[in-house]
Design a protein. Structure first.
Length: 135
């Protein structure tokens, strides 16, 4: 199972010139390894680009994503990571989707496919990342 970050989906849907090919290859490789998972935070961030639910779902359908509910334990872990962010000088006052995404992937024991690993590395250091800069 691989948890997929929003930026991968947007790269593919928008045919991003810089990241589209990398994201497409990385998602295909993850799909070969097993199920792909997103949560409602990823879905909401992606859905903003579509006029209807049907259009959004049609874009995601080829990948057979599971849209998983965020468990209470993951929400708590997201809150704790966000508290650390605020204590370190983070300026956002509302919890960021990345905290829900990172905590949820960690609670599932699934690697996170992303191309923007900085916040995940800082606040979820034990989370396995599939990223361009992953070692």
């Amino acid at each position: 199972m691989t948890f997929v970050d929003t930026n991968i989906l947007i790269d593919i849907a928008s045919d991003n010139l810089r990241w589209g090919d990398w994201s497409r290859r990385a998602l295909a490789a993850a799909y070969e390894r097993g199920p792909l998972v997103v949560n409602v935070a990823v879905y909401a961030e992606f859905a903003i680009n579509f006029a209807t639910l049907e259009e959004c779902d049609a874009e995601l359908e080829p990948f057979n994503f599971t849209v998983a509910d965020i468990p209470k334990a993951a929400a708590f872990r997201a809150a704790q990571a966000f508290k650390g962010y605020r204590l370190a000088g983070g300026v956002r006052t509302n919890i960021l989707p990345d905290f829900f995404i990172g905590a949820h992937a960690l609670s599932l024991g699934a690697p996170l496919l992303t191309r923007d690993s900085r916040r995940y590395r800082n606040y979820f250091p034990q989370l396995a990342l599939l990223a361009p800069d992953a070692s």
